[in-house]
Design a protein around this ligand. Structure first.
Ligand code: ZN
Length: 343
C-alpha cells in the first residue's frame, strides 16, 4: 500500500479551490491588515509587524478576546470597514484559494462604534464588488446577532438586515457566548429574517450541550449549524442532522482554542462523518487562532484519513450546501474537478 507523505497533500490543498462558509469579519483581520489599521489609528496596538505577530500569537481564550477587542477598536470609519473587508477577501482569494465565501459580519458592533448602518453597508458592498472584480472571489453576507448583547442587539440586527440589507445578504446568524444566552429568546427575530428570505445560520453547541443545537433547530429554524460540536454527545441529534441533511460547520482549530474540544485527537469530526452528518471545514477567526483554511483542510485530512479525492469532496460539499448563486456553484465545482484531475 502506498504510504503518502503529508507534504503531498499540502500542495494539493494550497491549490484546491474552496468555499468558506464559517468565517468572521473582524476575526479574519491578519497582522498585515491590523498593521495598516494601527498605522491609521496609533495607540495600544503596535503597527510594527514583528511586535504585531507577537501580539497576535494565540495564548489562551482571554488573550484572544483582548486581541479581538483591540482590533474592533481600530475599525472606526467606513474606510476602515472597506479596507478590512477587501483585504480579508484578498487573503482568502490569493492564499487560501477561496472562490466563494459567506462572511459573517456584525453590523451592531460597528454601529455602536459610531459608523451609521448606511455607511457600513456601503463600505462592505463597495469592498465586495471590488474584490469580485479584482480577485474573482464572490462574497455573500451573514449578519449575526452578538448574543451577549441580548434582545436589543437582535432587534437592531434584524433592522439592519431587513431595512438596510443589500441583496448580497443571504443569512441571519447568532454568535458570541452561548452560556447564559438561550437561543429561544431570538425566535421571533429568526422568524422575521426567514420570512424575508434570509437563511437561518446560528452558532450552537460550541460551548454548550446538544440541547442548544436542538434549540437552534426547533426555535430558530437552523439550516446549518455553526460548530455544533456537542452534537456528538447525542445519537438522536446526529440521526436528525443526518436525516434532514443539516450541515455542521466544523472549525477544528477554533474548537481547540476555545477549549470546546481538549485535543485534536478527541475532535468529533469522524463521529459526525460516520453518523452520516454533512460537514463543512471552516476557519472561524483564522489569524487569531493561528490557523488558515488550508490548515483546517490538512487537519480534516489527518482526522479522516483523506486523500486528494476525499479533500476534493470536502471542498465540493461546502459549495453544494452554500447559498451561492447556481452559476457560481457550477463554476467552482468545475474548478475543483480540474484541480483533482491535475493532482
Ligand atoms: Zn464562529
Amino acid at each position: 500500500m502506498l504510504c503518502r507523505m503529508p507534504s503531498d497533500l499540502t500542495g494539493f490543498i494550497a491549490r484546491l479551490p474552496k468555499a468558506e462558509l464559517h468565517v468572521h469579519h473582524v476575526g479574519s483581520a491578519s497582522p498585515r491588515i491590523v498593521s495598516e489599521l494601527a498605522t491609521r489609528h496609533p495607540g495600544v496596538v503596535p503597527s510594527d509587524p514583528d511586535a504585531l505577530a507577537e501580539f497576535f500569537a494565540f495564548r489562551d481564550f482571554a488573550h484572544f478576546i483582548e486581541v479581538y477587542l483591540a482590533v474592533v477598536d481600530l475599525i472606526r470609519t467606513p474606510e476602515d470597514v472597506r479596507l478590512l473587508t477587501y483585504e480579508i477577501a484578498r487573503e482568502m482569494a490569493e492564499v487560501q484559494q477561496v472562490r466563494y465565501a459567506e462572511l459573517t459580519v456584525t453590523p451592531h458592533t460597528s454601529v455602536l462604534t459610531g459608523i451609521p448602518i448606511e455607511a457600513f453597508t456601503e463600505a462592505i458592498e463597495d469592498a465586495r464588488v471590488a474584490a469580485e472584480r479584482d480577485l474573482g472571489i464572490v462574497l455573500r453576507w451573514i449578519y449575526d446577532i452578538p448574543g451577549e448583547f441580548g434582545v436589543p442587539a437582535a432587534d437592531a440586527t434584524l433592522g439592519y438586515a431587513l431595512d438596510h440589507g443589500p441583496e448580497s445578504l443571504i443569512g441571519f446568524g447568532l454568535g458570541g457566548p452561548e452560556v447564559g444566552v438561550p437561543r429561544p429568546q431570538f425566535e421571533s427575530h429568526f422568524a422575521a429574517a426567514r420570512a424575508a428570505g434570509l437563511r437561518s445560520l446560528p452558532h450552537a453547541g460550541e460551548t454548550t450541550g446538544p440541547e442548544t443545537v436542538w434549540d437552534a433547530l426547533r426555535h430558530l429554524g437552523a439550516e446549518r449549524i455553526g460548530h455544533g460540536t456537542s452534537s456528538a454527545q447525542d445519537p438522536a441529534l446526529l440521526a436528525h442532522l443526518a436525516e434532514h441533511r443539516i450541515p455542521l460547520e466544523v472549525c477544528p482549530s477554533s474548537n481547540i482554542a476555545t477549549r470546546a474540544v481538549a485535543t485534536l485527537e478527541e475532535h468529533p469530526l469522524r463521529t459526525f462523518v460516520e453518523a452520516g452528518v454533512v460537514v463543512t471545514i471552516n476557519s472561524d477567526d483564522p489569524p487569531m487562532f493561528g490557523t488558515t483554511l488550508n490548515r483546517e483542510y490538512q487537519i480534516a485530512a489527518d482526522l479522516l484519513d483523506l486523500d486528494e479525492g476525499g479533500l476534493a469532496e470536502v471542498a465540493r460539499t461546502a459549495v453544494r450546501v452554500s447559498f451561492a448563486p447556481d452559476d457560481v456553484k457550477s463554476r467552482v465545482l468545475e474548478e475543483i474537478d480540474a484541480a483533482l484531475a491535475g493532482a
